[in-house]
Write a protein that binds this ligand. Structure first.
Ligand code: DAH
Length: 355
């Protein structure tokens, strides 16, 4: 057997047993490396006489290209095997259950603020905001609240300074003053926001939310107020009809003033808003007092209009059957996952117009 045949058969025996790229690389070095068997034969070729050299050179080149082809082919074989192996091990089982993940929830108060903003924006109201820390002037004085009014009492109001000049706003009404001082009539705004009073029990929290409404123009009447509130209540509670009554009341910033009650009944232990023999008070309202307009640089001889204020938390409790106000602010995740809303959980009256 010639030297080249020997090399060939050693190579064949080895290449058949190669299992991975590393072993293949070793064979490549053994035969084609600097001192590899094939390289040795090229050196040997140089020492041959010219008559033998031609034939040997052609045999050597043939075996060289044959062996390197085999190495290349083996390389692809191994690579294929490795990929298939990987695919087998890494295959995705789409029938497996998804991994649990925690999704945040929209707080019922945020949800209700969105719903309310959306409903009022349908009839031309825009959303205004004001700061939680207010001046005594905006919160009381400009709103025509007498110096000796009980609402100014330390027991109700969180004052931030001894001289009582700054406080945590006790209602959203001061934003009426801010809006009017900062713009020109007509005004048509709603103001959702946080409000503060020294109070805490099942239906009162020291921080709670109110919604203020203000519509000032040249010929706005109580009829507009009634129509606006009737529309809002129907839309918010998603009912076709709602019994509504205005009860005379008193607020320093409106004249005349009224409280609005809506009809309801209890059915299977649940409250049903709209019809029924019982009455539920839901908001305060009235025609903006001329003194308030004057204090906000609006001429009461030219302009008039209505204002209203309601508790957002209470509306959320009524609509979504929540009976303890304090739970709203305890940041208990279990409570929130029960009463909260998914980001895409859109109520039927939601028009997606709010922020
Ligand atoms: N600010 C009042 C309160 O906190 C609610 C209110 C009543 C607001 C009548 C108004 C209004 O704008 O006209 O109890």
């Amino acid at each position: 057997m010639s030297e080249l045949d020997k090399i060939n058969s050693i190579f064949n025996a080895k290449i058949d047993n190669v299992k991975n790229k590393e072993e293949l690389q070793n064979i490549k070095t053994e035969f084609f490396g600097k001192n590899g068997q094939i390289s040795q034969q090229f050196k040997y070729l140089g020492s041959l006489d010219s008559d033998k050299r031609k034939k040997f050179a052609s045999d050597l080149n043939k075996i060289k290209s044959d062996l390197s082809n085999q190495i290349e082919q083996k390389f692809f074989e191994i690579e294929n095997l490795e990929i298939n192996e990987k695919l087998k091990n890494e295959k995705v089982d789409v029938t497996l259950p998804v991994r649990p993940y925690q999704q945040g929830k929209i707080h019922p108060v945020s949800q209700v603020i969105d719903e309310i903003s959306s409903i009022f924006s349908e009839i031309g109201f825009s959303v205004a905001e004001g700061p939680d820390v207010e001046t005594e002037y905006n919160n009381f004085t400009a709103l025509n609240t007498p110096e000796d009014h009980p609402a100014r009492d330390m027991h109700d109001t969180f004052y931030l300074q001894k001289d009582k000049k700054l406080l945590l706003r006790t209602h959203t009404s001061p934003v009426q003053i801010r809006a009017m001082l900062n713009g020109k009539p007509p005004f048509k705004i709603i103001v959702p926001g946080r409000t503060y009073r020294c109070d805490s029990d099942q239906t009162h929290a020291p921080m709670f939310h109110q919604l203020e409404g203000l519509h000032i123009d040249k010929d706005i009447t109580m009829g507009h107020l009634k129509g606006c509130l009737y529309y809002f209540i129907k839309e918010f509670f998603e009912v076709k009809n709602v019994k509504m009554r205005f009860r005379p009341s008193h607020f320093p910033f409106t004249e005349p003033s009224a409280e609005v009650d809506i009809g309801y009944r209890i059915e299977n232990g649940k409250i049903v808003i709209g019809e029924g023999e019982k009455w539920l008070e839901i908001l305060g309202c009235g025609m903006v007092h001329p003194n308030v307009l004057k204090n906000a640089n609006v001429n009461p001889k030219k302009y008039q209009g209505f204002a209203f204020g309601m508790g957002i938390d209470r509306l959320a409790m009524l609509k979504y059957g929540i009976n303890d106000l304090r739970a709203f602010f305890e940041t208990d995740y279990r409570w929130l996952s029960h009463f909260g809303f998914d980001p895409l959980d859109v109520p039927t009256n939601y028009r997606g117009l709010s922020k």
